[in-house]
Design a protein around this ligand. Structure first.
Ligand code: UT7
Length: 323
């Protein structure tokens, strides 16, 4: 018998404040046309004052619990993927635990920037498979608007805020790729690429800092590494590209999404794309896309789904699961 972590519920939260590309034309030497054609982004949501990462995570978690038909008392553990915690510590996950009124279990954060959700889901899978927890709430939540240098046109037009959540639950499987649940994971990092994407603040500076990115350098790594990690996870899962129902990629740039799908031999009709409406929401982008994909009726029970993401670190990875 094989233990599987099966996705039971998916939910998300997006801040009300929507900012169109054109708004940046007033303050920066940029155009809607440049942002659209280079990234695929048309608009993004920004958190309002007082709207924190943990608050958005809680709202996404509640939506996922509703979707699963579960109460917070059913949850054994919370894992939050974020690079924009409310405070340096305690973890955003423990703040979410308190705000949800959860009085038992355990909670911790995962910090792998844009690959954070894939890392968190892989860790949740390990908790379930090893018997540490039967039900895990996995959240990706970010307020990247708070680490933007608004004078930097090469980064500030690309990111957005939001949160998405899934609940995975232990279920017995057969060990075959026809099982529901997480079938395989693949995680990678290479710290030698730190300078390509980082935030220039922390305890070393005493400031929160701003995001700095050599976008075209990150781009060069993205398609190749994403296609490779997806292929590794698919091989481990025992599935081939023609069996894939949906690719749910990290939403950083439509050209990366298209290039990766092409390399994976999966047509764009089978790719969930939300980058036009959300921008790059880092660790929140995959659970947001999963939730939007489910709500739109595209993602259905039994579908074979491949998620893949890359970000600061560099860190990248993939999770293959059957919904
Ligand atoms: O999620 C974490 C991982 N991050 C990513 O995956 C991001 C990966 N990178 C990208 O998405 C793309 O590299 C960008 C969208 C960031 C940039 O697209 P690009 O085609 O790689 O452009 P570039 O950085 O090579 O810049 C081309 C030109 C430059 O001008 P020059 O040097 O050719 O004169 C930039 O200064 O575009 C200029 N530029 C802009 N122009 C108008 C940069 N930002 C802007 C802007 N508006 N906002």
């Amino acid at each position: 018998m094989t233990i599987r972590a099966v996705v039971r519920g998916i939910g998300h939260y997006l801040p009300e404040n929507v900012v169109e590309n054109a708004a940046f034309e007033k303050t920066l030497d940029t155009t809607d046309e440049w942002i659209r054609s280079r990234s695929g982004i048309e608009r993004r949501h920004f958190a309002s004052e007082g709207e924190t990462t943990s608050r958005m995570a809680v709202l996404a978690a509640k939506a996922a619990l509703d979707d699963a038909g579960m109460a917070v008392s059913d949850v054994d553990a919370i894992v939050v993927a974020t690079s924009t915690p409310d405070l340096t510590f305690p973890s955003s996950a423990s703040m979410v635990q308190a705000q949800l009124g959860m009085e038992r279990g355990f909670a911790f954060d995962v910090q792998a920037v844009c690959a954070g959700f894939v890392y968190a889901l892989a860790n949740a899978n390990a908790l379930v498979v090893s018997g540490q927890a039967d039900r895990v709430l996995v959240i990706g939540a970010e307020t990247f608007s708070r680490i933007m240098d608004w004078k930097d046109r090469s980064t500030s037009v690309l990111f957005g805020d939001g949160a998405g959540a899934v609940i995975v639950e232990k279920q017995d499987g057969t060990g075959q790729s026809s099982d529901r649940g997480i079938l395989a994971t693949d995680l990678n990092s290479d710290g030698r690429f730190k300078d390509l994407l980082y935030v220039d603040g922390g305890t070393s500076t005493g400031t929160t800092g701003y995001l700095r990115m050599q976008g075209n350098q990150v781009f060069r790594h993205a398609v190749e590494k994403l296609a490779a990690t997806a292929q590794t996870a698919m091989t481990r899962a025992g599935v081939t590209h023609d069996e894939v129902d949906w690719v749910v990629p990290h939403q950083a740039n439509i050209r990366i999404i298209q290039g990766t799908a092409k390399k994976m031999n999966v047509p764009m009709e089978k790719v969930i794309v939300t980058v036009q409406n959300h921008g790059n929401t880092s660790a929140a982008s995959i659970p947001l896309a999963l939730s939007v994909g489910k709500q739109s009726g595209k993602l259905k029970t039994g579908d074979l789904i491949v998620t893949e993401a890359i970000g600061g670190g560099l860190a990248w990875g993939s999770v293959v699961f059957r919904l």
